[in-house]
Each structure stands twice: as C-alpha cells, then as structure tokens.
Design a protein around this ligand. Structure first.
Ligand code: PMP
Length: 407
C-alpha cells in the first residue's frame, strides 16, 4: 500500500481539532500515540458484542473472548517473530514487564555481590526496578556511559563485565534523544559471556522492525499505547527456557492448575505470569493496532518518519540560538530534543501550546542522562506517521515565536 499521510490522518479523529485557535499539532508521540478508528471501534465492538472474562467459562461469550485474547497473543508473536505464542506475556506495559523480570530474575539468580548492567541512557523504568532490587539484595548496578555524540559507549560496556555479571538490561531507542542503539552488538557481547539480555523496546516497536529471534535477546518489553493501542496493555517477550526458569511474578486466579490450602501447582506459560483478570480488551486493541500498522508497513512508516525528522532538523538548524541534541546521526528515530538558549524548556512548551503545538518538556524520565549531558531538560518534539511537513512548519514558527518572547 502506498503511504498516504492525508488518508492516514483521517483514521485519527483526535487530530482534527483546534487548540487555542490553531490547528492541533500533536508532537508528543513518544509519550503516547493517538488511536486510529480501527482501534477505537475494535474496543467499542468488543464491549458491544464480545465481552466476557477469558479462560473461565464454558459459555459462548467466554469462549469468544478467550479466542480473541489468544489471537491477540499470536498477532504479537508474529509481529516480533517470536518462536512460540506462549513466549508472549501480556502485562500493563513496559514498566510492568521490566518489573516482572527484575523481580523474578533476581529471586532466581541474583545474590549479594552480583552485578547488573544497565545504561545511563535508560528510562527510569529500566533503572529504578534494578536499582531497588540491587539495594535489597546487596548487588551492584553498573551503568554504560554515554559518549559526547550521544551514543552508548560500547568500549566502556565491554569493560563493565566480570564473572559476577548476571544480566544486562538496556533500551533500544532513547526516548529523550531518539538514538537507536546497536543492541545486536550489545547482546552478542553479553552472550559470549553467557549473560542474558533484556531489551526495553518502548521507543522502537513503533518505528523499527523487531525480530526477537534475529536479535536473540532473552527478554523484550514494550507498551501498547506507544504503538497506537490502548493504555494499560503491554508485552513481555521471553525465551521459553528463560521464562520457565523464573518463578511467578504475582499469585492468584488464572495462573494455577490446582490449589490446596497447603500448596499450589502453577500453570504453564504464558498463564503462569498472568495472574488475575488481565486486560483482555487492551490485548484486543493491541491486535487491532498491530494489524493497522502491518497493513501500512512498518518500513513505510519508518521511511516517512525519517523524512519528517530530516525536514524538521533542516528547519530548526536555521534558527539561531537553538541547541538540538543528537541530530547528526543516521541511527535515530523521529525524536527531536532541543533547547532555546536562555529559555527554560517548560516556558518553551507553554508558548508552543499557545500556538496549538503539543511537545513534551523536562527530563523525560531520564534524570541520569540529563545529569550526564549537564542539561536541566529539553523540549522534545516526536513525530508519528500521521504528522505532516505543514505541521512541522507550524512547529517551527512557534519555536521562533517562543525565542522572540523568551530571549
Ligand atoms: N522505556 C522507555 C524508553 C520509554 O520511553 C517509556 C515510556 N516513556 C517506558 C520505558 C515506560 O513505558 P510505560 O510508561 O508505558 O510503562
């Protein structure tokens, strides 16, 4: 299918509105994406015609709902090319997926004195769980530094390993900078030392083709809402042999085969990790979203977003006194982080909003990265497949106005 942004925009009803008298320009896609009608209607249709709790009934609706839940699992499996559908665990999102691995992996494998490798570029959701667990156990966190050109320092990474290294957890794409990290190289190096790797794909799943068998990572986490699905649904992929080795994360209904007052026999994968009533409607929305993305083609989307990014970089470069980060590299998704010299990013965001332009401001849940870059934060414009060059023009005009007003 040829990429037609005008047609795509019609699929996203929320975009068609004015804010403060200007057409809305939504450039906060790294925080969350808007939802296409295909997703909105799938959810409405589910509640109108299909709703019942999954895995629990013998009646028609329960069977239908269960089938659709399991179909959603298969859709995710194919989307990331997992070997088995039961290697897909539904969670609330990236944060819960990482907490699941951090908690259960540490119970099974991490002892006092052991080491965990993360990175300075990581989102707090891939720092705080490991850090807190390390504190509790008496393990040590080692973080890969960032180079002057906003890349992970691979040389430094190789030196962090020791016989005590138990796991590497790192992000694929930086939410603050857009940098695409060469994770295959990081994974291969860890594997040469028999160390498993978790990938935070929260910012790559919507921009890049992910093939977990090719990457060969042990775990991978992402959130539905960053790829056009509802909030409250996410995925943990894990290799079967690793998921089998981990204890359950939460206990309750649906994850058991049998229970006596004294003991419990747990379910096999994937239900062992899905205690309680899961967000099965969210899973259905994720299926609708992934089908929508697949119909357009992730490569087509990536190509178009790259075009938007290059257009925006070219325009913003022409404004004096605007510093932007990590724009020189090719390995970058459509995230543009910037500051206006002499102005606070928060004020910039407020003025842009006055002109209908939605960007994110602040430290973007990456305090360690901001400390390493020695900046208080940035304004961040992040583009999705439904944005246009006309919208970028409106954004650039708003940046010029903000500069005029604030400096
Ligand atoms: N990792 C990265 C790189 C992110 O950008 C985000 C969301 N901003 C998360 C993890 C956490 O995702 P969620 O809030 O959906 O759990």
């Amino acid at each position: 299918m040829a990429f037609d942004v005008r047609k795509i925009r019609k699929d996203f009803p929320v975009l068609d509105q004015t804010v403060n008298g200007y057409p809305l320009v939504y450039l906060d896609n790294a925080a969350t994406t808007q939802k296409p009608t295909a997703v909105i209607e799938a959810v409405a249709d589910f509640y109108k015609k299909k709703n019942a709790n999954v895995h629990r009934g013998v009646h028609y609706l329960s069977n239908l709902s269960t089938d659709l839940y399991e179909q959603a699992r298969k859709t995710v499996q194919h989307f990331i090319n997992a070997r088995h559908d039961y290697e897909i665990i539904f969670t609330r999102g990236t944060t819960e997926s990482i907490n699941l691995v951090a908690t259960t992996f540490s119970q099974a494998f991490i002892k006092p004195g052991d080491e965990i490798i993360i990175t300075v570029m990581d989102h707090h959701s891939n720092i705080v769980p490991w850090q807190q667990i390390a504190k509790r156990i008496g393990a040590k966190i080692k973080a890969v530094p960032v180079t002057d050109d906003y890349q992970l320092d691979f040389e430094a990474y190789t030196k962090l390993f020791s016989p005590k290294t138990k796991i590497v957890a790192l992000l694929h794409v930086s939410n603050s900078l857009g940098t695409i990290n060469p994770i295959k190289k990081f994974i291969d190096f860890a594997h040469e030392r028999d160390v498993p790797v978790l990938i935070d794909a929260a910012q790559s799943i919507q921009h890049e083709r992910i093939d977990v068998q090719e990457l060969d990572c042990e775990f991978l986490a992402f959130s539905g809402h960053k790829i056009y699905a509802e909030t409250g649904i996410g995925v943990l992929y894990g290799k079967e042999e690793w998921l089998d080795k981990l204890p359950p994360y939460q206990y309750g209904g649906d994850m058991i085969k049998d229970v006596t007052i004294e003991d419990t026999i747990f379910q096999d994968l994937p239900l062992k990790f899905e205690a309680g009533t899961n967000n099965y409607v969210g899973a259905y929305s994720l299926k609708a979203a992934l089908d929508y993305v697949s119909q357009i083609g992730i490569e087509e989307i990536a190509k178009y977003e790259k075009h938007l990014l290059n257009y925006a970089i070219e325009k913003i470069q022409q404004i004096d006194g605007v510093t932007f980060y990590a724009t020189k590299q090719d390995n970058k998704v459509s995230v543009l982080s910037f500051n206006i010299e002499g102005a606070h990013n928060y004020d910039v965001g407020m003025i842009l909003d006055q002109m209908g332009v939605a960007v994110r401001t602040g430290k973007h849940c990456t305090h360690p990265l901001m400390y390493a870059l020695k900046i208080p934060g940035t304004a961040r414009a992040s583009f999705a497949m439904y944005n246009t060059t006309e919208e970028i023009d409106q954004f650039i005009e708003a940046v010029k106005k903000a500069k005029q007003m604030l400096t």
